[in-house]
Design a protein around this ligand. Structure first.
Ligand code: NAD
Length: 257
């Protein structure tokens, strides 16, 4: 622990699992008081317990980030309990399978509701609070799927592309107010989110799906939640003070080929 977020308040959405849990834990180790937001209350509670077990400070908030009323209620409660907001990591997201030939209206709507609109809703309420203070860091979660075509992921690719465009737009509007906005585009990271995709890619065989996926990565393996959390920490902290509007790929070279 180096105290890179000492005295700061950070909100991490989707912090009940995977990358979000790793980031919330790392932010707390670095001194932040962390608001752990997740759709699944039990998952958020488990992350808070993990952080408390390490001596960190965190509170759980159950909310669906695609619902404007739930977002407003959660952020109001966060302000009451933790005070001024310094960091928002818009990490919560959902996968959505199907190509343009077979994706359903529901696939498209859910992907945009959570991945794109959820990012917008949380950013709007956080940015208003950060603008009053004249400082803040917002980190959005994109994906390599925003940068290259991933087979059978049409709605997901499109929604993550929207997150990258929204990041650039927000960085222009919020830079003069002292708020930096950047987006991380991770390659495949082994988390509960990816298991169905890996299994489907292997025609039901997880090991085969994993092997096919790893073959796309020059580094020869998938990423870990902890590795993406380190990128988020860099963007959350003053170490990245000249970065805004940046699209950071963390993908083991996947998009460099
Ligand atoms: N795992 C990967 O390979 C990968 C790659 C690129 C990008 N991403 C992105 O990283 C983010 C985290 O992915 P992960 O792999 O850790 O997933 P995960 O499924 O392990 O965790 C996602 C968390 O978000 C929560 N969540 C889902 N919908 C929500 C909603 N509407 N409101 C609040 N919380 C909600 C879930 O309950 C879950 O706890 C996502 O945005 C995902 O698209 C993941």
């Amino acid at each position: 622990m180096t105290g890179r977020l000492a005295g700061k308040v950070a909100v991490v959405t989707g912090a009940g699992s995977g990358i979000g849990r790793a980031a919330a834990t790392l932010f707390a180790r670095e001194g932040a008081a962390v608001a752990v937001v997740d759709l699944v209350a039990q998952a958020a509670d488990d992350t808070v317990k993990k952080i408390a077990g390490e001596g960190g400070r965190a509170l759980a908030f159950a909310a669906d980030i695609s619902d404007p009323e739930q977002v407003a209620a959660a952020f109001s409660q966060i302000a009451t309990e933790l005070g001024r907001l310094d960091v928002l990591y818009n990490n919560a997201g959902v996968n959505s399978g199907g190509s343009v030939l077979d994706a359903t209206d529901d696939d498209w709507d859910r992907s945009f509701a959570v991945n794109a609109k959820g990012t917008f809703l949380c950013s709007r309420v956080a940015a208003r609070s950060m603008a009053e203070a004249g400082s803040g860091s917002i980190i959005n979660q994109g994906s390599v799927a925003a940068l290259v075509g991933v087979a059978n992921f049409a709605s997901y690719c499109a929604a993550k592309g929207a997150v990258v465009a929204l990041t650039r737009s927000m960085s222009v509007d919020l830079g003069p107010r002292g708020i930096r906005v950047n987006v991380i585009c991770p390659g495949t990271v082994y988390t509960p989110l990816m298991e169905p995709m890996l299994r489907a890619r292997g025609n039901g065989d997880m090991a085969a799906g994993l092997a096919l996926t790893v073959a796309k990565y020059p580094i020869g393996r998938l990423g870990t939640p902890a590795e993406i959390a380190q990128v988020a920490l860099f963007l959350a902290s003053d170490d990245s003070s000249f970065l805004t509007g940046s699209v950071i790929t963390a993908d083991g070279g996947m998009t460099s080929q």
